[in-house]
Every structure is written in C-alpha cells, then in structure tokens.
Design a protein. Structure first.
Length: 359
C-alpha cells in the first residue's frame, strides 16, 4: 500500500484553517470532488497525519482511486499541489502550497531524491485520410502545456505505450474539440471501463458530447445518466412515460453518481416501494437505498441476508391478539367512579317521608 506524506507547520488539531486565496481564487472553478480532496489533505496536514493511503482517501471521499488521482493532477496544474511518483507509478508524497505566501510547504523531513520521470513527448500526427484528426496543428500540439500530461496519463490508463492513432485521437479531442484535460481523461476512463477504448470510438463519443454542450465532468455525468440503465429502470419502476423532471433526475443522480447504486438495486427499491402502495414514493425508495448503502449493499445478493435478519427480528416480537367480540372496558366517570349505595324498601319509605315533610 502506498503511503502519502504530508508535512504541516500548524500545531492545531481541532480546527482546520482554509486559506482565503483558495476560496477566492480556486474553489469556484473546481469540481466537488476536487474541493473535497483539497480539504481532506488540508485537514490531515493540519493534524500532522503523514501516513495516508490512496485507498483510504478514496474510500473516505466515496470516489474511485482514478478520480482521486485525477483531482491531484488538477491541483498540480493549478500550482497549489505537488506530488512525487516512484518508478512503479505509485505516489510517494504530496506537498500543498502555502497560499498565504505562495510557497509550497516543506517536504518530508527525510528528503529522498525524487524519481526521475521522463515526460512523454507528443508525436507529430501523421495525416489520416477522411479523419478529423488531420485538422490538428501538430506544432501547436507539441507546445501545448497539458498535452504531455494527458499522453502520460493515457499511457497509465492503457498500461502500454500509445500508438500513433491513440495520440492523434487525444490531440484532436483536446486541441480541436477543446476538451479540458479533466474532461478528456474522464472520457477515456469511461471508455476503458466499458472496454470500448478504440480511438475511433473515443473520438465519436467526444464529438457527441461536444454536440450536446458537455463541457465539464459534472455535465458529462449528467448527460451519461440520460442513457443509462438506471434512468430507464427509474422510469419503468415508477410508471413514468415522460422524461424525468429536474427533481427526479437530481434524485437519480444522487443514487447513481454519489451512492454508486446499480440499476438492479434501484429497480428492486422501486419494486418494493410500489408493492407498499407508493406509486411515486420517492422518499420511501430513497430510504430503502439509504439503508442499503449504510449496510454496504452493492449487489442483489447482499439483500437476502438483511431480509432474513429483518424477518427473524419481527418473528421474535410478541404478537398482540385482538378480540373483536370482547366488550370495550367502560370509561370511568363522575357517576360510576365510586361504590353505589343500596337501600331496603323500609329505608326508601323513610326517605320519602322526610322529603314530603320539607315541602
């Protein structure tokens, strides 16, 4: 497991001070994940915690390790973070910039020589007939500040050397279509995970995103959601014939993008909701998925043990017998809440004589 070293000059352990420069100059342009990564690192730097693993960070922030590394690269390009990489590609250390004076914090006290990284030099694209890649300005590509970083990252994604066609596709998407490095790397991450990473397919998908005004990673996630199995499952599960409303899409986005719920789990939650008579019981379904998430459910198979546990707990509760024929107990009132007196016939006559005598 790779550990990340973060050195702090602060002695405070209960309060994390966020630099004003970060809020004023960097926060609004960053994605939610990028902001969370920076705040997480800042918090541990303030606490003096120098033994942090990539896996631990990704698990705490509820994101993939690739997304975490993408955020580290983003802040590196912004100039407020540096990290070193070993020969095997693992991260050795991270240093944050001191935004009060613009200098990076001190590195590890036992400073080790940073491994030399040979940047990937962009190859000049050879012309391809009937391909949009031939419109790339090769000289501009070689001088682009982000291109070397993009190609180096793609080599890591593919786990091999890039072909000339791979490089031309990446240059076309970045330089001609205008994709930021974050959006481009997210596109490749999706295509590689789907095992559809051929250059022609990636270019076609990039052109589709551009045609539909997708300019950020967040917009890409929202756009992809419209064509996902989860989207169709949500509509079918709740009997929706039209497109989802903004509120419905926001709820689904939380389930898929934030909670990482599969279409199968969403479909099961919808089924259980409608079985309880809630035709559009979004809050009921949300409660089901929230409970599953807190209990670590990731597949349908994980639900069966929880259902059995719930059944056994209900079976142990004493049953309350209801007898509809039994008379309801009388409520006490001012007339029957005391012992009633009984009189003999002679006593009643005596009482009558007294009453007549008073008249």
């Amino acid at each position: 497991m790779c550990t990340l070293g973060i050195i702090s000059k602060s002695k405070a352990s209960t309060v994390t001070a966020i630099p004003n420069r970060f809020i004023d100059e960097y926060m609004m342009e960053a994605s939610g994940t990028d902001v969370k990564v920076y705040l997480y690192l800042l918090r541990h730097m303030s606490d003096g915690d120098t033994d942090i693993s990539v896996h631990t960070m990704a698990d705490f922030l509820d994101c993939t390790e690739k997304a975490l590394l993408r955020s580290l690269s983003y802040w590196t390009r912004q100039g407020i973070l540096e990290y070193t990489v070993s020969d095997d590609g693992a991260i050795d250390s991270i240093r944050l910039a001191d935004l009060s004076d613009g200098y990076l914090t001190d590195s590890l006290s036992r400073k080790e020589p940073e491994p030399k990284q040979t940047p990937v030099k962009p190859m000049k694209p050879a012309p391809i007939k009937k391909s949009p890649a031939e419109r790339i300005d090769a000289d501009a590509a070689s001088y682009d500040a982000d291109m070397s970083f993009i190609l180096s990252s793609l080599e890591s994604y593919y786990d091999r050397a890039l072909s000339a066609e791979d490089i031309r596709a990446a240059q076309y998407i970045h330089l001609t279509l205008g994709f930021s490095s974050d959006l481009l790397l997210f596109l490749y991450e999706i295509c590689i995970d789907q095992q559809k990473a051929a250059p022609k397919y990636v270019v076609k998908k990039a052109e589709d995103w551009q045609a539909n005004d997708v300019h950020t990673v967040e917009e890409a996630k929202n756009y992809m959601l419209l064509f996902s199995d989860a989207y169709n499952t949500f509509r079918k599960g709740f009997g929706i014939s039209d497109n989802l409303t903004y509120d419905e899409l926001s709820l689904l986005r939380t389930w898929v993008n934030d909670w990482h719920m599969s279409a199968e789990l969403i479909g099961e939650a919808c089924r259980r909701t409608t079985m309880q008579g809630h035709r559009r019981g979004y809050s009921y379904a949300n409660k089901i998925l929230s409970d599953w998430r807190s209990q670590g459910v990731t597949t349908l198979q994980d639900i069966a043990p929880l259902d059995e546990k719930h059944r056994l707990e209900n079976a142990e509760k004493p049953a309350v017998k209801k007898n509809s024929t039994s008379a309801a107990p009388k409520k006490p009132n001012m007339f029957n809440d005391f012992n009633q007196r009984t009189y003999s016939a002679e006593q009643w006559k005596e009482i009558e004589k007294r009453m007549y005598a008073k008249k």
